[in-house]
Design a binder for this molecule. Structure first.
Ligand SMILES: Cc1ncc(COP(=O)(O)O)c(C=O)c1O
Length: 463
């Protein structure tokens, strides 16, 4: 993404500061459908609506900060993934992006499977009625209790992440008189983020077993010998926020290479291959994500081609999109508290949330966009940094964006595309109360995860 300083617009700067901003948008009141949930519109009074409800009403009823999730949008994205991959492939929604019982029910109804990576996510999935055989259990250091609970529940697969875990899962399965279906997660030496991928040296990470040096082949050898395990396939996840399919191409080539080596050594053709998640979404208008049907077609072509070349039967493919389903479906609504123009630099707009509800900007330097949503404005654009109320100067929600220069305390602003990895990574830093998630659909709004209260915080503090 090439973003650079632009000579036009900012009000409080004669010389523009370094930043990741493009030109101010031609119309600050416009809502780019790429970054907003499907039902988000601006009504004739200039107020933004979602699911047919004004954000001003939502703020009154549910308070701010709060995440508002467009249920119809979530369902239609989930369905689009399901339909795109058809009956010959499986879509596992990655629960780490955002999980709640309502979400589990929607996924179940839309025919998706679920990837969980902790006892807590598993408990949420089971308590909301996701059939255990549609659950994949992930994680690089699952506890014995988590493994036992997962096997007892009958999860469809456990993704093995280390040599120790191969033995641990086999023992626990055997002690329960079961044979657990497993995949082995390998690192293929590819790491992909946004528009780039790097095809060397990325075995240097905590996840998976490297293909390099024959380690993954050795893991397969051991797994095939253990009675408690039924090895069904190989798993690879190469990164996040990926737009370019070439990283998947290299990954599929290498995973199929392993399948071929397994066939040649053991006479076994593993029936499945999981290519993980990581497909990108639009956080700003500069991002151009691919549609699920394009991704499905590309992945299936890549795997089929590689298998034909290796003279292997094409395995059943699975994928694990998280962000690509839930990310665009929600926005965070904040109330503006203070506005601090710093001459020659930029204007700091402080909101009533921050890094406790969106850590991604501080953690990954993530980019977001922002809009004034409680009214329209014809004022000139002002370069802003949207910051939170926490005791960290890195408490930034939106690094560089434009808002109208008549912005005032009490205005509502919203940051779109916060459905993934925001509530699920939210914290109580500074004893912040984690915001609610409100599902909005067809003129109705209901809390699916309630706002934390001071009583919740104090209940844990038993000293
Ligand atoms: C193994 C695995 N699968 C799927 C995902 C989901 O990634 P995303 O939400 O970017 O699609 C992740 C994310 O970290 C992951 O580690």
């Amino acid at each position: 993404m090439s973003r650079s300083a632009h000579p036009a617009g900012p009000r409080h700067a004669d010389v523009l500061p370094e930043g990741h901003y493009t030109a101010p948008p031609a119309d600050l009141n416009a809502l780019d459908p790429k970054v907003w949930a499907h039902t988000v519109t601006r009504d004739q009074n200039g107020v933004v609506n979602v699911g047919g409800i004004e954000v001003t009403r939502l703020a009154e009823e549910f308070g701010t900060p709060a995440y508002f999730l467009d249920e119809a949008d979530f369902r239609s994205r989930a369905r689009a993934w399901r339909t795109a991959f058809g009956h010959d492939a499986d879509v596992f929604y990655a629960g780490k992006a955002f999980l709640s019982r309502a979400v589990v029910r929607w996924l179940h109804e839309e025919g998706l499977n679920l990837d969980v990576c902790s006892g807590g996510e598993l408990a949420t999935a089971l308590s909301a009625g996701m059939p255990a055989d549609r659950i994949a259990f992930h994680g690089n250091n699952k506890s014995e209790t988590e493994i036992r609970t997962a096997i007892e529940a009958g999860v469809g697969r456990i993704v093995l992440d280390s040599f120790q875990e191969i033995v641990r899962v086999a023992h626990i399965a055997q002690s329960l008189g079961k044979r657990q279906r497993v995949q082995i997660r390998v690192t293929v030496g590819v790491e992909a983020h946004t528009h780039e991928f790097i095809a060397t040296a990325h075995e240097d990470q905590k996840f998976g077993i490297p293909l390099a040096g024959g380690q993954a082949a050795e893991a397969v050898r051991r797994a095939l010998q253990l009675d408690g395990l039924e090895l069904i396939g190989i798993h690879s996840h190469i990164g996040s926020q990926i737009f370019d399919m070439s990283g998947f191409e290299v990954a599929a080539h290498r995973v199929v290479g392993l399948l071929k080596a397994i066939r040649d050594e053991h006479g076994v053709e593993l029936p499945e291959i999981d290519l993980g998640g990581g497909l990108g979404i639009a956080y700003t208008s500069d991002d151009d994500p691919r549609e699920p049907h394009e991704i499905a077609k590309a992945l299936s072509e890549i795997v089929t081609r590689e298998c034909e070349a290796a003279k292997l039967r094409t395995p059943r493919i699975s994928v694990e999109p998280g962000r690509a389903i839930v990310g665009p479906t929600a926005f965070t609504l904040y109330e503006v508290g203070t506005i601090k123009p710093l001459d020659g630099l930029r204007t700091y707009v402080s909101v009533d949330g921050g890094m406790s509800d969106n850590i991604r900007t501080a953690l990954y330097d993530a980019e977001y966009s922002v809009a004034l949503v409680s009214r329209t404005s014809d004022a000139e654009p002002m370069l802003v940094r949207v910051v939170g109320k926490h005791c960290e100067s890195g408490d930034i929600v939106v690094k560089d964006a434009f808002l109208p220069s008549d912005l005032a305390a009490g205005d509502l602003i919203a940051v779109p595309a916060t459905g993934a990895y925001c509530r699920s990574m939210a914290s109580n830093y500074n004893h912040a109360l984690r915001p609610p998630v409100v599902a909005v659909n067809d003129g109705g709004a209901r809390v699916i995860v309630r706002r934390e209260t001071e009583e919740d915080l104090l209940r844990l503090d038993v000293g």
